[in-house]
Design a protein around this ligand. Structure first.
Ligand code: FES
Length: 111
């Protein structure tokens, strides 16, 4: 069973293989969103880019980046992910959005 360490929350939790990172955080009362985005987020659909997580260790223990992540996190550091788009495959250490100085703005999709 993979272990996820939420460094900013000081929590280390065990989750199931392929567990969603955002849901794992929420299940253990780890804050996922900053401020008003706790209410105004897209509820895990990869659209708002407010569930950003900085992966400190174990990046290869997460599922590959989705197309939505490539679009929404354009210009962000390579170790930033959208927690709602990540399946946990192994041990990971991360920092959630409320503890990050800058959360990338959602990049609108251009037609
Ligand atoms: S919850 Fe909106 S992008 Fe993850």
């Amino acid at each position: 069973m993979p272990t996820v360490e939420f460094l900013d929350a000081g929590q280390q939790v065990v989750c199931g293989q392929y567990a969603n990172l955002r849901k794992t955080a929420m299940l253990h009362d780890v804050e996922v969103y900053k401020g008003v985005w706790q209410k105004l987020n897209c509820h895990g659909n990869g659209l708002c880019a407010k569930c950003v997580v900085e992966v400190v260790a174990g990046a290869k223990s997460l599922s590959p980046k989705t197309i939505r992540e490539h679009i929404r996190l354009r210009g962000a550091p390579a170790n930033y992910r959208l927690s709602c788009q990540c399946a946990v495959l192994g041990d990971v250490s991360c920092i959630m959005a409320p503890a990050l100085d800058a959360v990338p703005a959602a990049n609108p999709v251009k037609a």
